[in-house]
Structure formats: structure tokens, C-alpha cells
Design a protein around this ligand. Structure first.
Ligand SMILES: [Zn+2]
Length: 466
């Protein structure tokens, strides 16, 4: 006879079992779609002759060859491991360089239906998100986070940097949910978890002691890939520098990437912290000590830079692995000076004119900081055509890269290039349906101008979304 649990009655055992059952993730996608593709046949490729179709072969999750398509071989389709490209455009998969997993869909989730926007300003966003955070529970963190990842995969995402907050209010609730989702989706999406201190590390009632204690514990977690903070929330400049010193030292000692929400203001008379950040990481000998990335998000103050400041920034960065992520939907919605000045990092110019590494990101989905938009990285690339006045083919391709290969590079993830090369990861998006006819997108620029909603996502040579 099996042992009965000591000190528990049948009802509490049932309750415990029901609880643990609810924690078991649904069947993995790879259990349902087990087959790896050996070839994607008859696709259009960026940078190659438009009138020619190509076959992309895959071995062990990587591109093994790219050959001219033989139309006669097509009669053997469909085959279980050969996907009919049907003359559609195959491009590298998409990436969220910066997305908040724990704060998503607060405006849609029924649990928070009483928290709706009345003013649409920064203070309201802070207040509403604070109220919502006080009610965060494992169930809704998992439900909302899972929805965000699932929708992202359907848009063509195979990698993301997901931010989860750590502070005295939420403790490790957001982090635990993030780590659970990372594991649940490990075969469909590479999820980097960024343990993130939105609150001050050195200001506030207790001088930030609790947040520092919690962040130190979070840094011990193996599943945490990135440590992040928000220096601009500190009370003064000295504390902002202490924030950067502390979090960069923590990242170095635990061999994690560093990601800062930096210089999120527009006023010209207020000086940006970016110069101090570069001095601090140089002082800590970042370059020699590890191969991890330093990523700086928002940085709206830099939009006031003149030519010489951009050039100086490039020189100061030198070989440091520093890159920038513009977050245009949030920046433009949230930031405005009394004179009506608005701004978001000019990523296309930063890349082409100043040789900086940059990408763009969604940041928030469905909350008071960014109520508009969805989980599709291409939607902001498309919006970038207007924001950055970047309609030329080359610029549109850069915008695609900013949510694909460049986005992966800024988070330290292996990239697949726009033109696809043998040996690269077989991480792709196939655009349009097989019956789209002449409306099928033929080039990267066309996808950026008018993103197709019908897509198939392939990660390491496996279909992750149909
Ligand atoms: Zn953010």
C-alpha cells in the first residue's frame, strides 16, 4: 500500500494535485509537428535574381545549400520533409530585441478590465501599471506572457529578449513566470530573460536596498541571461552613476548581458548619462573580461545630438559591444516636451551615417505605456518608413534587419543574414499564402512597405507556426 502524505487529508491532496496539474505546460509544439524540414523548395530570396526560384536545403537546423530550383523536381511535392515555397519570399526570422513580458495585455486581460485609460499620460501609465502589478498572479502572468509569445511566433519571431521586473512588490513572481515560459517554449523560440529593476537601486525610502538584494538573488539564476536597470529613475546624477556601476558590476560578475533603459527624456538642458555609462564599463574592463553585450534602450535624449556628438559617440564606443534599441511606439506616445518636441532614436542614420549598432523594438504591448500596436516586429519596421523618412530600398532593408538580423545581434543572438548564407541558422519567415498570386511579396522592401499577415515561421529547420 502506498504511503499516505503525513498530516494531509484527501481533500488537500486533491487540491495539491489540481494545483500541480495546472502548472504542467500544454504539449510541446514539437510533439505535434515533429518533422524537421530537409528543404524549402522554390522560394524567392533577397538579393538574388527575382525571376529565379531557389531551393534552401537544411541539415541539423542550418542552411546546408542554396541551389537553383528545378521545376521538374516539384512534381514530387508534397513530401513530408520538403516544404513547397510556391514562389514566395523566404527571409530571416524576426526578433524582439526589447519586449516586456510581464506587463503585456493589461488593457485586454479581463482581470484588469477596471483599469482603463482616461488621460493617456505618463503619470496615469505609472499609476495604472502600479495598481496592476499589485494584483499580478502566477495564473495571469503565464496567461498573458504565453499569449504574447504565441502571437509573436505567428508573426515570425524565433528569438526575443523578454524583460521581467524584480522589486519588493512583485518579488520573483514575474521572473518565475518568465523562466517557466522560457522553458515551455524552448523548442519554438529562443527567449532571453532580462531580470530588470524598474525601480531605483539607490533612491527611495530604503535607499534601494531591497531591490538590490532581490536583483542580486535574480542574478544567481541560471535561466537569467541579462540584467537590466533604469538609471533615470534615481533621485540625482550621483545615484544614477551608482546605479550603472552597481548593475554593470553585477552583470560582469555573473557573466550576463547588460541592458539599460537610458536617457529617456528629451530636454536639451539635461545632460545624457551615456558618456558616464561608457566610462564606467571601460573602467570595469568590460571588453577584456567577457564577450557579453551592452544594450541601451530608449535613449531619446540622443535625438538632440549634433553630427559631432554622434561621431564622438562612435569613437568613444570603439570596440565595446555597445548597441542601441529604439522603441518608437513608446517613445513617441510617452515623450513630449512642453514645446511639443518629440523624438525616437534615428536608427537608420545611426547605422548608415555613424556606423553604430542599432535595432528597433516593440517594448510594450497592450498597456498604458503603449496602448497601440501588436506583437508584430514588422509593424514597427513598416512604421519606420515614415518615422525615419526611410523609403529607399536600401533603407527599407535596413528596417527589416532592425527587427531581424540586427535585432538578434544587439541581444547577442546568432543571426541569419538577409540574403541567407550556407552555414547560418535555418531561422526563417515565409511570407504570404500559396495562393497569393501576383500580390505575393517579391522583395524585403515590399514586405516592409506592406507586411503580409499570412506567414509561416521556421526555427532550426522546423515549422513553429503554420
Ligand atoms: Zn522597456
Amino acid at each position: 500500500m502506498p504511503d499516505s502524505p503525513v498530516g494531509t487529508d484527501a481533500a488537500s491532496v486533491d487540491k495539491e494535485m489540481a494545483k500541480s496539474r495546472s502548472r504542467i505546460p500544454p504539449p510541446r509544439h514539437s510533439d505535434v509537428y515533429p518533422s524537421s524540414l530537409s528543404k524549402i523548395a522554390g522560394v524567392r530570396l533577397s538579393g538574388k535574381e527575382l525571376s529565379t526560384a531557389w531551393d534552401v536545403s537544411i541539415v541539423e537546423g542550418r542552411i546546408s545549400s542554396i541551389d537553383q530550383h528545378d521545376p521538374d523536381a516539384a512534381v514530387q511535392l508534397p513530401s513530408h520533409d520538403v516544404l513547397d515555397g510556391a514562389n514566395r519570399l523566404l527571409a530571416p526570422s524576426l526578433c524582439h530585441a526589447h519586449i516586456h513580458l510581464d506587463k503585456c495585455f493589461l488593457l485586454q486581460d479581463p482581470k484588469y478590465s477596471d483599469l482603463q485609460m482616461e488621460n493617456g499620460d505618463f503619470q496615469e501609465a505609472m499609476d495604472m501599471t502600479g495598481k496592476a502589478k499589485a494584483r499580478f498572479g502566477e495564473d495571469d502572468l503565464l496567461r498573458r506572457g504565453r499569449q504574447l509569445i504565441e502571437e509573436s511566433i505567428h508573426h515570425g519571431v524565433t528569438a526575443m529578449r523578454a524583460f521581467v521586473e524584480v522589486d519588493g512588490h512583485v518579488q520573483f513572481k514575474c521572473l518565475d513566470a518568465g523562466l517557466q515560459l522560457k522553458e515551455e517554449f524552448e523548442h519554438r523560440c529562443d527567449i532571453q530573460i532580462c531580470a530588470f529593476a524598474q525601480l531605483p537601486l539607490f533612491s527611495g525610502n530604503d535607499g534601494g536596498e531591497e531591490v538590490r538584494k532581490l536583483m542580486s538573488a535574480a542574478a544567481q539564476e541560471e535561466g537569467v541571461d541579462v540584467l537590466g536597470s533604469t538609471p533615470y529613475v534615481e533621485a540625482d546624477e550621483a545615484k544614477q552613476k551608482m546605479n550603472v556601476c552597481w548593475i554593470s558590476t553585477l552583470a560582469l560578475s555573473h557573466a550576463k548581458h547588460l541592458d539599460l533603459h537610458l536617457d529617456y527624456f528629451l530636454e536639451e538642458h539635461k545632460q545624457p548619462l551615456v558618456w558616464s555609462v561608457l566610462d564606467i564599463v571601460k573602467d570595469r574592463n568590460w571588453l577584456a573580461r567577457q564577450g557579453k553585450q551592452i544594450t541601451l534602450g530608449h535613449c531619446t535624449r540622443l535625438t538632440r545630438f549634433k553630427d559631432e556628438e554622434w561621431s564622438k559617440l562612435r569613437q568613444c564606443i570603439a570596440d565595446l559591444p555597445v548597441s542601441f534599441v529604439g522603441l518608437p511606439t513608446s517613445d513617441l506616445f510617452m515623450m513630449r516636451t512642453p514645446e511639443g518636441h518629440r523624438g525616437t532614436l534615428p536608427v537608420v542614420d545611426m547605422i548608415h551615417r555613424y556606423g553604430l549598432d542599432a535595432a528597433i523594438g516593440i517594448n510594450n504591448v497592450g498597456n498604458a505605456f503603449t496602448p497601440h500596436g501588436n506583437c508584430d516586429p514588422l509593424s514597427i519596421a513598416s512604421m519606420g518608413v515614415g518615422i525615419y523618412h526611410a523609403g529607399a530600398k536600401k533603407d527599407a532593408e535596413t528596417l527589416y534587419e532592425a527587427v531581424s538580423s540586427r535585432a538578434k545581434a544587439v541581444i547577442g543572438h546568432e543571426s541569419t543574414s538577409l540574403g541567407l548564407k550556407v552555414g547560418e541558422l535555418a531561422d526563417f519567415v515565409l511570407f504570404d499564402g500559396t495562393k497569393s498570386g501576383w500580390r505575393s511579396r517579391k522583395s524585403i522592401a515590399e514586405v516592409v512597405y506592406d507586411p503580409a499577415t499570412s506567414r509561416q515561421t521556421i526555427r532550426r529547420g522546423r515549422m513553429t507556426a503554420l
